[in-house]
Design a protein around this ligand. Structure first.
Ligand SMILES: Cc1ncc(COP(=O)(O)O)c(C=O)c1O
Length: 379
């Protein structure tokens, strides 16, 4: 009997909470300036491409075998990179990688969230957090950030004490606002989190605090990384990614550093062999070129700061950005501004509170097109 599509009156048992939902995803359009998903606009050089290709070729010869489940070489390379980038030495055993920091956070919620558990974040923030919660059947609670997108510690305290989250997700720098959390705020949240977790078997747990540093390499001079707080805080997880500053969004390589207890728990839920041999080989090759790949970070930061100044000169508001994008506004009809830019070949993102728009920092040519187009649209 040949397989056929199921008749349309056959009901498939899709989870009730997924019914009617649309898949997540920003538009992927071919336009002159793609400034909507905070990518690094610079493609890898020929030299990097050659090295990645040679490494992947070598790994291809082993594809009859499953990849190394624990990838110690890659963890070592990530530890070396982090030490250079942030000055914090982490042991390779305290690092863990997956297919994007998205997957890292899902693994964390699989291990620490789930039915009967709560995850908390503070909006506006990265919209996928809600998705991770939904997909792991973790109750989602969203507190609000203050007027200037800072975390209001009184609000944080109230929400954490009332909701008793097992996980708190905080992006720093935050998406879509670009704002970083001051280290004092991170320390206060960590102190608070020691006793705000679920109460189980008559014992009070801590809340796991995840500081999502996807954009950390773009932080301004003097802004520290939460990696510095890992020592002495076994309930802290710092996530990073090669998708942004590293210019490797297509690779899908995210990672975290945390205490061994956190990693032990994640080991229980990770899928076996989740990181393919090809991904491991390509990531290792890319990390060998960290200096070159990161060379663009300084110019992207300068371009971002110039953009903030320019937007201000046009009488627009901006959120202070430590990332490779800027939230700006406010517009009575932000959709019209978005459409006007798109007609001129500039794709940005309608995201954040009413009236605001987000633009990623591109090459100088892309930014010039953005500036000229915006002037035409708003004048
Ligand atoms: C705040 C934040 N965290 C995490 C991610 C996910 O990054 P990836 O899965 O590519 O590592 C993004 C992507 O845009 C992000 O904005």
């Amino acid at each position: 009997m040949s397989a056929a599509n199921p008749p349309s009156d056959l009901l498939l048992p899709v989870r009730a909470d997924l019914a009617g939902l649309e898949p997540y995803g920003a538009p992927q359009l071919r336009v002159k300036a793609c400034l909507n998903v905070n990518e690094n606009p610079y493609a890898p050089s020929d030299e990097v491409v050659e090295d990645i290709a040679a490494s992947v070729r070598e790994a291809a010869g082993t594809l009859n075998r499953y990849p190394d489940r624990d990838f110690p070489q890659l963890r070592q390379a990530l530890a070396d990179y982090l030490e250079v980038e942030s000055g914090v030495r982490r042991e390779p055993e305290t690092l863990w990688a997956a297919n994007g920091s998205n997957e890292i956070m899902v693994q964390l919620l699989q291990a620490f969230g789930g039915p009967g558990r709560t995850v908390v974040s503070f909006a506006p923030t990265y919209s996928m957090y809600h998705g991770y919660a939904r997909d792991t059947n973790t109750r989602w609670v969203q507190g609000a950030r203050g007027e200037d997108f800072e975390l209001d510690l009184q609000v944080v305290q109230r929400v954490m004490r009332e909701e008793r989250p097992s996980v708190v997700l905080l992006a720093s720098p935050n998406n879509p606002t670009g704002t970083a959390l001051p280290v004092e705020v991170q320390m206060k949240v960590l102190d608070l989190a020691r006793t705000t977790g679920p109460q189980e078997d008559g014992r009070v747990c801590a809340s796991l605090v995840v500081i999502d540093e996807a954009y950390s390499e773009f932080r301004r001079e003097g802004v520290p990384s939460a990696l510095e707080l890992l020592a002495g805080n076994p309930h802290l997880v710092v996530t990073r990614t090669m998708s942004k500053a590293f210019g490797m969004a297509g690779l899908r390589l995210g990672y975290m550093s945390a205490s061994r207890e956190v990693l032990d728990a994640v080991m229980l839920v990770r899928l076996p062999y989740h990181l393919s041999a090809l991904t491991q080989a390509a990531a290792l090759a890319a990390l060998r070129h960290a200096n070159e790949l990161m060379a663009q970070v300084a110019s992207l930061r300068a371009e971002r700061d110039a953009l903030v100044t320019w937007l201000g000169d046009q009488g627009l508001r901006t959120a202070p950005s430590d990332a490779n994008f800027v939230l700006f506004g406010t517009f009575e009809d932000r959709e019209a501004v978005f459409r006007g830019l798109l007609e001129r070949g500039v794709l940005i993102r309608v995201v954040g509170p009413q009236g605001w728009l987000r633009v990623s920092v591109g090459t100088p040519e892309e930014m010039e097109l953005f500036r000229n187009s915006l002037l035409e649209v708003i004048r």
